[in-house]
Design a protein around this ligand. Sequence first.
Ligand code: CO
Length: 148
Amino acid sequence: MATNDSLLTNIDHVAIAVYDIDAAVAYYDDTFGCTVTHRERIDSDGVEEVLIRVADSYIQLVTPTRDDSPVAKFLAKRGEGIHHVGYRVTSVAQALEQIKAQGHQVIDEVPRPGSRGTTVAFVHPKTAFGTLIELVEEGKASSSQPSR
Ligand code: CO
Protein backbone atom coordinates (compact mmCIF):
# COMPACT_ATOMS: atom_id res chain seq x y z
CA MET A 1 0.00 0.00 0.00
CA ALA A 2 0.98 3.57 -0.51
CA THR A 3 1.79 5.75 2.46
CA ASN A 4 -1.74 7.16 2.53
CA ASP A 5 -4.66 4.81 3.03
CA SER A 6 -6.32 5.29 -0.34
CA LEU A 7 -7.31 2.06 -2.04
CA LEU A 8 -6.56 3.66 -5.42
CA THR A 9 -2.92 3.87 -6.48
CA ASN A 10 -3.36 5.35 -9.96
CA ILE A 11 -5.81 5.91 -12.79
CA ASP A 12 -5.31 2.82 -14.93
CA HIS A 13 -7.54 3.79 -17.82
CA VAL A 14 -10.45 5.83 -19.03
CA ALA A 15 -12.63 3.62 -21.22
CA ILE A 16 -14.46 5.13 -24.17
CA ALA A 17 -17.17 3.20 -26.00
CA VAL A 18 -17.01 3.62 -29.78
CA TYR A 19 -18.75 2.17 -32.81
CA ASP A 20 -15.70 1.99 -35.09
CA ILE A 21 -12.54 1.17 -33.17
CA ASP A 22 -10.24 1.57 -36.19
CA ALA A 23 -11.61 5.05 -36.86
CA ALA A 24 -11.12 5.93 -33.18
CA VAL A 25 -7.54 4.62 -33.22
CA ALA A 26 -6.85 6.69 -36.34
CA TYR A 27 -8.32 9.76 -34.62
CA TYR A 28 -6.05 9.43 -31.58
CA ASP A 29 -3.05 8.81 -33.82
CA ASP A 30 -3.73 11.60 -36.32
CA THR A 31 -4.90 14.16 -33.75
CA PHE A 32 -2.71 13.48 -30.73
CA GLY A 33 0.10 11.31 -32.09
CA CYS A 34 -0.92 8.44 -29.77
CA THR A 35 -0.21 4.89 -30.86
CA VAL A 36 -1.71 1.60 -29.79
CA THR A 37 0.04 -0.22 -26.94
CA HIS A 38 -2.21 -3.25 -26.76
CA ARG A 39 -5.17 -4.68 -28.65
CA GLU A 40 -7.28 -7.57 -27.46
CA ARG A 41 -10.58 -9.28 -28.13
CA ILE A 42 -12.31 -10.39 -24.93
CA ASP A 43 -15.00 -12.85 -25.94
CA SER A 44 -16.38 -13.31 -22.42
CA ASP A 45 -17.30 -9.60 -22.36
CA GLY A 46 -18.18 -9.41 -26.06
CA VAL A 47 -15.73 -6.60 -26.73
CA GLU A 48 -12.62 -5.67 -28.59
CA GLU A 49 -10.41 -3.16 -26.85
CA VAL A 50 -7.38 -1.06 -27.61
CA LEU A 51 -5.10 0.52 -25.03
CA ILE A 52 -3.29 3.74 -25.85
CA ARG A 53 -0.70 4.68 -23.29
CA VAL A 54 -0.66 8.24 -21.92
CA ALA A 55 2.05 8.70 -19.25
CA ASP A 56 1.32 6.05 -16.60
CA SER A 57 -2.27 5.47 -17.68
CA TYR A 58 -4.23 4.39 -20.73
CA ILE A 59 -7.06 5.51 -22.93
CA GLN A 60 -9.09 2.38 -23.57
CA LEU A 61 -11.19 2.32 -26.70
CA VAL A 62 -13.82 -0.38 -26.51
CA THR A 63 -16.29 -1.64 -29.09
CA PRO A 64 -18.81 -4.50 -28.96
CA THR A 65 -18.25 -7.72 -30.89
CA ARG A 66 -21.83 -8.92 -30.49
CA ASP A 67 -25.29 -7.41 -30.01
CA ASP A 68 -25.87 -8.73 -26.47
CA SER A 69 -22.59 -7.27 -25.17
CA PRO A 70 -23.07 -4.78 -22.32
CA VAL A 71 -21.12 -2.24 -24.37
CA ALA A 72 -23.54 -2.72 -27.29
CA LYS A 73 -26.40 -1.94 -24.91
CA PHE A 74 -24.54 1.09 -23.58
CA LEU A 75 -24.00 2.44 -27.11
CA ALA A 76 -27.64 1.89 -28.04
CA LYS A 77 -28.82 3.71 -24.93
CA ARG A 78 -26.23 6.46 -24.44
CA GLY A 79 -24.22 6.67 -27.65
CA GLU A 80 -20.45 6.97 -27.84
CA GLY A 81 -18.54 8.37 -24.90
CA ILE A 82 -16.94 7.59 -21.57
CA HIS A 83 -18.00 4.12 -20.45
CA HIS A 84 -16.02 3.59 -17.24
CA VAL A 85 -12.96 4.64 -15.28
CA GLY A 86 -10.40 2.02 -14.27
CA TYR A 87 -8.49 2.64 -11.04
CA ARG A 88 -5.38 0.66 -10.14
CA VAL A 89 -5.44 -1.01 -6.74
CA THR A 90 -2.94 -3.17 -4.90
CA SER A 91 -5.48 -5.93 -4.33
CA VAL A 92 -8.83 -6.19 -6.09
CA ALA A 93 -10.03 -8.81 -3.60
CA GLN A 94 -9.25 -6.58 -0.64
CA ALA A 95 -10.76 -3.48 -2.26
CA LEU A 96 -13.95 -5.38 -3.15
CA GLU A 97 -14.39 -6.60 0.41
CA GLN A 98 -13.94 -3.09 1.76
CA ILE A 99 -16.43 -1.59 -0.73
CA LYS A 100 -19.02 -4.29 -0.01
CA ALA A 101 -18.51 -3.94 3.75
CA GLN A 102 -19.48 -0.28 3.36
CA GLY A 103 -22.76 -1.36 1.78
CA HIS A 104 -22.00 -0.26 -1.77
CA GLN A 105 -23.15 -2.25 -4.79
CA VAL A 106 -20.70 -4.18 -6.92
CA ILE A 107 -21.15 -5.92 -10.26
CA ASP A 108 -18.45 -8.55 -9.72
CA GLU A 109 -18.72 -10.26 -6.34
CA VAL A 110 -15.26 -11.74 -6.80
CA PRO A 111 -12.22 -10.66 -8.86
CA ARG A 112 -11.92 -11.98 -12.41
CA PRO A 113 -9.35 -11.91 -15.22
CA GLY A 114 -9.10 -8.67 -17.21
CA SER A 115 -7.13 -7.80 -20.33
CA ARG A 116 -3.30 -7.96 -20.55
CA GLY A 117 -3.08 -10.32 -17.60
CA THR A 118 -4.72 -8.07 -15.03
CA THR A 119 -7.24 -8.98 -12.34
CA VAL A 120 -10.36 -6.79 -12.30
CA ALA A 121 -13.77 -6.22 -10.74
CA PHE A 122 -16.51 -3.72 -11.57
CA VAL A 123 -18.26 -1.54 -8.99
CA HIS A 124 -21.88 -0.62 -9.70
CA PRO A 125 -22.51 2.97 -10.85
CA LYS A 126 -25.71 3.11 -8.79
CA THR A 127 -23.88 3.67 -5.51
CA ALA A 128 -20.85 5.31 -7.17
CA PHE A 129 -22.47 8.59 -8.24
CA GLY A 130 -23.27 7.40 -11.75
CA THR A 131 -19.83 6.21 -12.80
CA LEU A 132 -19.05 2.61 -13.64
CA ILE A 133 -15.79 1.92 -11.81
CA GLU A 134 -13.33 -0.85 -12.62
CA LEU A 135 -10.73 -1.93 -10.09
CA VAL A 136 -7.52 -3.10 -11.79
CA GLU A 137 -4.72 -5.11 -10.25
CA GLU A 138 -1.59 -5.67 -12.31
CA GLY A 139 -0.54 -9.26 -13.02
CA LYS A 140 1.48 -10.99 -10.36
CA ALA A 141 4.44 -11.60 -12.65
CA SER A 142 5.06 -7.95 -13.44
CA SER A 143 5.83 -4.73 -11.64
CA SER A 144 3.31 -1.92 -11.45
CA GLN A 145 4.58 -0.46 -14.73
CA PRO A 146 1.70 -0.21 -17.17
CA SER A 147 3.62 -1.15 -20.32
CA ARG A 148 4.54 -4.70 -21.19
CO1 CO B 1 -11.73 -1.27 -18.40
